[in-house]
Design a protein. Structure first.
Length: 557
């Protein structure tokens, strides 16, 4: 470690000239008997040198009582994280070492005897003591906190502790629970200032809301949590932002039309070509069989190639045939076709049913696809939505979606989460809200089919949220250690499991899947095509036989 020692005159302006940016820590050693010692202490307080990153060691040349210590430090603004040691003589070459700090409002400064200097050796009474263990107890200290509530509840605690209302402002309630754990650990008491918004309209937001209270030093910590953004880092400190804030558009997936894809899925394109080729070959073989029967055997039937083709198709479709060859060779052909048809038919039907049960239609995935779809759009009235739309001014599709669907004319399509998600349940509607707001409502009000059809498109990129404190707060180091311990012991995970709802799972075994026209489109096309072809063929046969009958009549005349 690089250590630099400097001996400075104890006079006015000395502390103001000390620049500590290039050092990990700056320590001050001061003799209280110096003429300008009080001036140095006052300047140190004015220049914020009594924070955690600085050490002070004051040596007294005479025995001091509590009132003497108060008089010495009367111009010093002490803090919870002040690292100030005072050495007071009580015998020749023997000093008592005291630690002095101020925990906060409604309590007096703490003067604790922590050690002894004797015979040129320093002895601490509690060698295992740390900054955290020594100052963990904050009983009787008043902490000023702020919360954001825009719903009508009797008290902020009843609002923030009601699980039945957890879909409203979830990340605020989650962080309020973390704040209550801090109250339990440190045993301080607190008062709460309520504001209807988090931040002001500027990038830093210091002019209004909770952020204004922090900036004006009217509260010590926000118990609601705030979204972490780069411009705000210059004005506030965030404590362990482990919560991920995320919003999405929720809708029942209408799918992208792809007629007949499910009908053709069980077989690959090559398999279908082979199937068609086999049909043609077997048709010719059956035609040859009927020709042999007529030519060399006693059969008088004369079947065309088309009749043979219809027979083979009916065999493949498990419909059988009323025309059966009489000789052994033709019957062997029929037997082979029937065996092949059983294998093909069973595999095709099982694969088709499995495909219909397990596959989903393609999902809308981007804001562009959402804008181009026929879905109507609604959104929850929240400041972060409007802020994001303004910040995304370079995103063409966000602006198009905003101007055409979110704002219908000059009136925005604002809905409460309950009303918006009720429209989503009916279909044809997309609703934008925070994911932790939507999931509890979906779990409570949606059945199996709507849940399995549910899709979402992320709108606001995930952002970290954490408890906010004023910059260089005296409680930051202490509360940060407590939050780390809470994270290590699983308290964070427990609170997330209770307050942060996860997406409802699709219970496919409870769902009855309807096969729609989209899946059977090709089947109906084949049916209509076959009926049309049969009718056209029938008409042609009538015309042909009439022409043939007329020609025979002319020949006889």
């Amino acid at each position: 470690m690089y250590v630099r020692t400097a001996y400075l005159p104890v006079q006015e302006g000395t502390v103001a000239q000390i620049r500590d940016e290039n050092y990990e820590k700056v320590s001050f050693v001061l003799d209280s008997s110096c003429e300008n010692a009080n001036t140095v202490l006052k300047e140190g307080s004015e220049h914020n040198k009594f924070r955690f990153v600085h050490n002070w060691f004051i040596i007294s040349s005479f025995t001091m009582k509590r009132e003497n210590v108060r008089n010495l430090l009367q111009n010093v603004t002490l803090r919870m994280d002040t690292d100030l040691k005072l050495a007071v003589p009580f015998h020749a070459e023997r000093y008592s070492i005291f630690e002095i700090y101020w925990p906060g409002l409604q309590v007096d400064i703490k003067i604790n005897n922590i050690g002894l200097y004797s015979n040129r050796s320093l002895t601490f009474f509690n060698k295992d003591a740390s900054f955290y263990t020594e100052r963990k107890n904050m009983s009787s200290v008043l902490i000023r906190t702020g919360n954001r509530v825009n719903y009508s509840f009797a008290t902020p605690e009843s609002y923030a502790n009601e699980l039945r209302h957890r879909q409203h402002f979830t990340f605020g309630k989650f962080h309020f629970q973390l704040f209550l754990h801090l109250v339990y650990i440190h045993e301080f008491h607190y008062n709460t200032t309520i504001k209807p918004e988090w931040f002001g309209n500027s990038s830093s937001g210091i002019e209004a809301g909770l952020s204004g209270l922090l900036w004006d030093n009217k509260i010590d910590i926000s118990s609601a949590g705030g979204i972490l953004r780069a411009p705000r880092m210059h004005y506030y400190d965030y404590l362990l932002p482990y919560y991920q804030f995320r919003t999405s558009f929720f809708f029942r997936n209408p799918g992208l039309v792809n007629p007949g894809s499910e009908v053709l899925k069980p077989f690959s394109l090559l398999t279908w070509y082979c199937f068609l080729t086999a049909t043609v070959v077997v048709t010719l073989a059956v035609k040859a069989s009927y020709w042999i029967e007529r030519r060399f055997l006693t059969s008088r039937s004369n079947y065309s190639v088309f009749t043979s083709f219809v027979i083979i198709v009916s065999l493949f479709a498990q419909q059988g045939s009323s025309i059966v060859p009489t000789h052994l060779g033709g019957r062997i052909i029929f037997l082979d076709v029937l065996i092949l048809s059983i294998l093909l038919y069973n595999y095709y039907t099982s694969a088709l049913v499995s495909s219909l049960l397990n596959s989903k239609p393609p999902v809308l995935e981007t804001i562009r696809e959402l804008y181009q779809s026929n879905l109507k759009i609604g959104t929850e009235y929240q400041p972060y939505t409007n802020t994001y739309i303004v910040q995304a001014k370079d995103n063409e599709w966000v602006q198009k979606l905003n101007s055409s669907k979110i704002f219908a004319g000059s009136v925005p399509n604002y809905y409460t989460p309950e009303d918006g998600l009720a429209k989503v349940k009916l279909g044809g509607f997309a609703y934008h809200t925070e994911t932790t707001t939507a999931y509890p409502i979906i779990s409570r009000t949606f059945e199996a089919d709507p849940i399995c059809d549910l899709a979402q498109i992320q709108f606001i990129d995930p952002a970290s949220v954490g408890l906010m404190m004023p910059k260089k707060s005296q409680y930051r180091q202490l509360f940060l250690v407590s939050l780390v311990k809470m994270h290590q012991s699983g308290i964070f995970k427990r609170e997330r499991d209770v307050w942060v709802a996860s997406m409802p799972q699709c219970q496919s075994n409870l769902r009855v899947l309807s096969v729609g026209v989209n899946e059977l489109f090709l089947v109906y096309i084949i049916l209509v095509g076959g009926m049309t072809l049969a009718f056209a063929t029938f008409c042609l046969e009538i015309v042909w036989y009439r022409l043939k009958a007329g020609a025979e009549l002319d020949f006889l005349n």
